[in-house]
Design a protein around this ligand. Structure first.
Ligand code: G3I
Length: 457
């Protein structure tokens, strides 16, 4: 199984697809399906002048995870590594290890970094949240934190989520350490301090449930308008987009456009689309449509800088632990197989890859009878969660066998290489269905089961 996964991952990266499983005398082969790497997402996005990013965990940036993060995305967001609780767990004692690692990886892979995040109600160190601070003390702590962190990465961060999640659902300010102690101006001050530390970085306010036009996004709109009017350095708004299957707000593009018209950039900063588990082909198709809607909305508005997914694989997603029973929210499954959502992103970015079947078709070779010099063989092609409209099965005989006659397929043999294609009446293999073809052949010495490759004719 380990070698299957290894070859699967390798083939997914190269765009080919061949994996084998042996079960008794039969061999199963999945159909060529996932042309995941036809054109990397980052190349498609770059051609449109857009960012396609992912949140990452620094410790995972090796192996397949690292390969895909580097090859497919042109921007990385540290999922946790730059949060206050991560970088200064003890007052005055800093740990930049993971943040530095992610920045170095991004630079080595010619990627942008989105800094996340400087002022938030969550994931703050205990010493900060448990302390008793005057407004002057807390303001000073915040200013120093911003100066230290933004200064450390000056010139290396394209955009900062300076302020994260400042609003309640009704558009009032969230009651938290910052607002309760410093008042609403903590936002303007944080932006001003970040600008002082790195004047080139784009400075954002980032929030969730602000994707459509509603009370919360209108509060954000009014805040940005006010900040711009006061000359506070605000460059963009981040729409997190932690979405539920089938619930992309219909006013998403209109909302992006109204912020653009205000004179700020917009980024989709944390896109994922969660579903009730288990996933099935219907849900995955809806998820692909949802991803495509979000990408399309961003592509349609010039000032939408791009889209970042909040983890690119289901093995690195915050969803299952936060919403028990929900998951499968990202574009790759837990084994790094691209899902329909991956192909939807590619298509929205102008890619021309054909979405693969969401399941697999397999070809099973068996010898149904054998006598002194001859044998009858059979191949059954079965699909589950996928379908075929035409097929061909290739194999190489390993012991000099020779096909003498075939039925329900057109078979040809050249040397040891056999190719069988569907007959006019059985090219279609529906999801849940199967077709078989048979043949007679000659053999001597031994008659080993060959390795079959299944493809579209
Ligand atoms: O690092 C500790 C580890 O030592 C410990 O063993 C483990 C046990 O629970 O916890 C680990 O910390 C977890 C951390 O992620 C790193 O994995 C925290 O418990 C967990 O709460 C934390 O969750 C993060 C979450 O923010 C916290 O609110 C998610 O990974 C992160 O993806 C998520 O990201 C947020 C964005 O920053 C803002 N927008 C919403 C988004 C999703 O919640």
């Amino acid at each position: 199984m380990r070698s299957l996964r290894t070859s699967l991952r390798t083939s997914l990266r190269t765009g080919s697809f061949l994996a084998a499983l042996a079960t008794g005398a039969a061999l199963l082969f999945t159909a060529p399906a996932a042309h995941a790497a036809d054109t990397p997402l980052r190349d498609l996005a770059a051609a449109k002048g857009k960012v396609i990013g992912t949140a990452v965990t620094g410790s995972k940036l090796t192996g397949t995870y690292g390969d895909l993060a580097g090859a497919q995305f042109n921007s990385l967001t540290p999922g946790n590594a730059m949060k206050w609780g991560s970088v200064e767990p003890t007052q005055g004692s800093f740990n930049w290890t993971e943040a530095d690692q992610i920045v170095a990886f991004a630079q080595a892979h010619n990627q942008q970094v989105r800094g996340h995040t400087l002022v938030w109600h969550n994931q703050n160190p205990g010493w900060l949240t448990n302390g008793t601070w005057t407004a002057a003390q807390l303001g000073s702590l915040l200013q120093n934190h911003i100066a230290t962190e933004v200064g450390r990465y000056k010139g290396k961060i394209t955009a900062w989520d300076v302020v994260n999640e400042p609003f309640n659902e009704d558009g009032t300010y969230r009651s938290d350490l910052w607002y309760d102690t410093l008042g609403a101006d903590y936002i303007a001050n944080a932006l001003t301090w970040a600008h002082a530390a790195d004047p080139a970085a784009k400075l954002y306010i980032n929030d969730y449930n602000v994707e459509g036009v509603d009370a919360k996004s209108t509060a954000l709109y009014n805040l940005v308008k006010d900040l711009k009017g006061r000359g506070v350095p605000i460059d963009g708004v981040g729409l997190q987009a932690h979405l539920i299957l089938g619930q992309v707000p219909s006013s998403l593009q209109q909302n992006i456009q109204r912020f653009a018209d205000l004179g700020v950039d917009v980024s989709i900063t944390e896109l994922d689309v969660r579903m009730a588990l288990p996933a099935d082909s219907t849900k995955l198709a809806q998820q692909a449509a949802d991803y495509k809607s979000v990408l399309n909305a961003c592509v349609a508005v010039t000032r939408c800088a791009g889209v970042t997914v909040w983890g690119f694989t289901d093995s690195d997603s915050w969803v299952p632990s936060t919403f028990p029973g929900y998951g499968a929210a990202t574009p790759y499954d837990e084994n790094y197989v691209p899902k329909p959502a991956y192909h939807a992103i590619a298509e929205a970015l102008g890619g021309t890859t054909t979405p693969p079947p969401t399941g697999a078709c397999t070809a099973t070779y068996s010898v149904s009878s054998q006598w002194n010099t001859g044998f009858t063989g059979q191949v059954t092609i079965a699909c589950s969660g996928a379908s075929l409209s035409s097929w061909k099965a290739n194999w190489t005989f390993g012991a000099g066998q020779q096909i003498t006659q075939a039925w329900n397929a057109t078979c040809s043999q050249s040397g040891t290489a056999v190719t069988c294609t569907n007959a006019s009446y059985n090219g279609s293999v529906p999801d849940g269905g199967s077709v078989s073809f048979g043949f007679n052949g000659s053999w001597s010495g031994s008659n080993p089961v060959p390795t079959v490759t299944l493809g579209r004719a």
